[in-house]
Design a protein around this ligand. Structure first.
Ligand code: ADP
Length: 280
C-alpha cells in the first residue's frame, strides 16, 4: 500500500477520519482533535498533527517522528495510529484528552497527591527504560512532552528529537531551540546525547513534576547554566519532594555520565519510593 517508500508507515485513509477542533499548535502546524474509524469499525478518538509549510525537506523531518514511533509499543508511550502520506500529510495518534502534563500539574495542583506525582515519575521512567532497551535516546524529556491519558496514567510523547544512538547524525536544530535548562553538561558542551544524558533530563523532568511545572533554573539565563553546573550547582529540592527521591535526582545529575544510574535501576528505586509513599 505504501508504494516504493523503503520504510512503510502505517498508512490509513483520510476517508476514515473526522477532523474536529484545534487542540494546540505544534512545531510543524496545528494539531486537531478527531475521530478515526478503524477497519474493524471501532471509533477511536485521535489527535491529528498537520504540517503547514511542508516542502520535501520539512516533510521528511515531520514524518521522522512517526517513523520512530511506529516501532514503539509501551503502555506509557504515546501510540501512533497511522500516517496519511499523500499531501496534506498528517500524523494520527491516540488522543489523550487531559493534555500536557505541564498544564495539568498547574490546574490540578490542589488535588494531586505525592503518591500520584511519584506514580507519574515511575511511568515515565518505565517508558524510558523501554527506550534504553532499544538503544534509543529521546533527547527532549520534559513535562511539556508528557501527555495525561487519565488521572493515573501518563504517556511520554514528542519523539521529534529522538534518535537511535548508533546513528551518528545530529539534529539540525538551531542552538536556540535546544532545551538548555534540561540538558546534561556534555550535551550543552559537546552536543553529546546518550542514554546517560536522557537520565539527567529525566531528573530535571522529575524536578518539574514536584515543582508543579515551574521552569528549571528560571532564575538563570540559558547562557549561565553551564557555568553553574560546572561549579557544582544543582536544582534545589522542591518543597514536597521526598528526601529519598531528591537523593536519587542528585545521582541522575552526576557530572560524569557513567556515574548516573540506568533507567532500569531508577525504575526499581522509584517503585520502592512509590510503595513507601502509598503506605503512609
Ligand atoms: P510538536 O511536537 O510538533 O511541537 P506537540 O506534540 O507539542 O507538537 O503538539 C502540540 C499540542 O497539541 C500539544 O501541546 C498538545 O496540547 C496537543 N497534542 C499533541 N498530541 C496530542 C495527543 N496525542 N493527545 C492530546 N493532545 C495532543
Amino acid at each position: 500500500k505504501c508504494g516504493e517508500r523503503e520504510t512503510c508507515l502505517n498508512g490509513i485513509s483520510r476517508d476514515d477520519l473526522d477532523v474536529g477542533q484545534i487542540l494546540g499548535e505544534g512545531f510543524f502546524g496545528e494539531v486537531h482533535k478527531g475521530v478515526y474509524k478503524s477497519p474493524t469499525g471501532e471509533r477511536v478518538n485521535v489527535a491529528i498533527k498537520t504540517c503547514k509549510d511542508c516542502s520535501a525537506d520539512v516533510k521528511e523531518k515531520f514524518l521522522s517522528e512517526a517513523e520512530l514511533m511506529k516501532n514503539l509499543d509501551h503502555p506509557h508511550i504515546v501510540r501512533l495510529i497511522g500516517v496519511i502520506e499523500v499531501d496534506p500529510v498528517w500524523i494520527v495518534m491516540e488522543l489523550y484528552s487531559h493534555g500536557e502534563l505541564g498544564k495539568y500539574l498547574v490546574e490540578q495542583q490542589y488535588i494531586l497527591t505525592n503518591a500520584t506525582l511519584i506514580l507519574y515519575c515511575v511511568q515515565i521512567c518505565k517508558a524510558l527504560a523501554y527506550l534504553e532497551g532499544l538503544s534509543m535516546v529521546h533527547r527532549d524529556i520534559a513535562v511539556r512532552n508528557v501527555l495525561v491519558a487519565s488521572p493515573e496514567c501518563v504517556k511520554l510523547g514528542d519523539f521529534g528529537l529522538s534518535r537511535y544512538i548508533d546513528e551518528q547524525e545530529y539534529y539540525k536544530a538551531t542552538i536556540s531551540r535546544l532545551p538548555i535548562k534540561w540538558m546534561a553538561p556534555e550535551s550543552i558542551n559537546f552536543r553529546r546525547f546518550t542514554t546517560a544524558s536522557d537520565v539527567w533530563m529525566f531528573g530535571v523532568c522529575v524536578w518539574e513534576i514536584f515543582s508543579l511545572a515551574q521552569q528549571p533554573f528560571f532564575w538563570l539565563e540559558n547562557g549561565q547554566v553551564i557555568n553553574h553546573l560546572e561549579s557544582g550547582v544543582r536544582l534545589p529540592k522542591p518543597q514536597h519532594c521526598p528526601p529519598t527521591l531528591y537523593a536519587l535526582l542528585t545521582r541522575c545529575w552526576a557530572y560524569e555520565p557513567h556515574a548516573r544510574p540506568s533507567f532500569y535501576q531508577l525504575a526499581c528505586s522509584l517503585s520502592d519510593i512509590h510503595r513507601t509513599e502509598m503506605e503512609q
